[in-house]
Design a binder for this molecule. Structure first.
Ligand code: PAF
Length: 285
């Protein structure tokens, strides 16, 4: 499959590298300097869970590209700009693999191809140009954003991921929305707490961090149910704890953003929960 990975941050670089390892896939990574120049010169190096170097095509210019799939991995506040660039190219499908809510609506507003939603709890950190640390396996789920005919495309994308040993689950539109809310619960519980306390995800496995994780997960599940998405509170709390364990060695994306003085995704994660909760009269302290 021809795949454009739009956004060469931590998850984009890891998924780009894992997909580029498959001889049948042709991967183009769209990123920023100096990462792009480093990958062009010496390849993309993965360390951690597995160690290898791949040589995907790489560019800073996301316009006029064409591929079977555009995998969008930019920060949520960059989705609009990414969608505008992608709209100048041609794709059979576009799939968001981002944190936070609202990304799929933005992509659907700009692109005519089917939009898929995806979630992952893989742990990765892109620290130095040309290198990404793979800190933990997690799960990968994809599905059509709208209950339309995109299920076939979602299955093809699932097969492309499976060839890269990513063991994806393919859901229908209702299933992927439930997964997005479950991922939102993990991000709402893990990201700001680790960012505020400046700790790795694994620190939330014990008190006092673990005392916060479960109530936050339950608040998000209650908000999801009020928004019409059937999310069980116990299952959500367990799923979030599993993400903490699977990514114990990872610094969350928000911790890294705060530590580097960068903009965070708080508005599309906890901000989104607060907005929805307010709308439905749910208490989310
Ligand atoms: O944003 C993140 O850091 C990741 O989504 C996750 C799964 C919480 C792992 O650190």
């Amino acid at each position: 499959m021809d795949i454009v990975v739009f956004g060469a941050g931590s998850i984009g670089s890891l998924f780009g590298a894992l997909l580029a390892r498959v001889p049948d896939h042709s991967v183009t990574l769209v990123g920023r300097e100096p990462h792009v120049a480093a990958v062009r010169d010496a390849g993309l190096r993965v360390t951690g869970v597995d160690e290898f170097v791949v040589r995907p095509a790489v560019t800073t210019d996301g316009t006029d590209l064409s591929a079977d799939l555009a995998l969008v991995t930019v920060k949520a506040f960059d989705t609009e700009a990414a969608a505008e660039e992608l709209a100048t190219g041609a794709f059979r499908a576009v799939c968001s693999l981002q944190n936070g809510m609202g990304n799929e609506e933005t992509l659907a507003r700009h692109l005519e191809c089917p939009v898929l939603a995806g979630t992952t709890s893989y742990g990765a950190v892109r620290d130095s140009p040309g290198t990404v640390a793979w800190n933990g396996r997690g799960d990968v789920v994809v599905g059509p954003w709208e209950p339309t005919d995109a299920t076939g495309v979602a299955e093809e994308v699932g097969e492309a991921f499976a060839a890269a040993d990513l063991s994806p689950a393919v859901e229908d539109a209702a299933g992927i929305r439930r997964r997005l809310w479950r991922k939102l619960a993990a991000n709402a519980a893990i990201n700001p707490t680790t960012a505020l306390a400046r700790v790795e995800n694994g620190a939330l496995g014990d008190p006092p961090g673990s005392d916060l994780v479960e109530p936050i997960a339950r608040e998000v599940a209650a908000t999801a149910r009020a928004s019409g998405v059937d999310l069980d509170a116990d299952e959500t709390a367990t799923a979030v704890t599993e993400v903490v364990d699977a990514t114990a060695a990872n610094e969350s994306s928000m911790y890294r953003d705060v530590a580097r003085g960068r903009r965070t995704e708080i508005d599309v994660i906890n901000g989104y929960v607060v907005e929805q909760a307010r709308e439905h009269g749910i208490d989310v302290p």
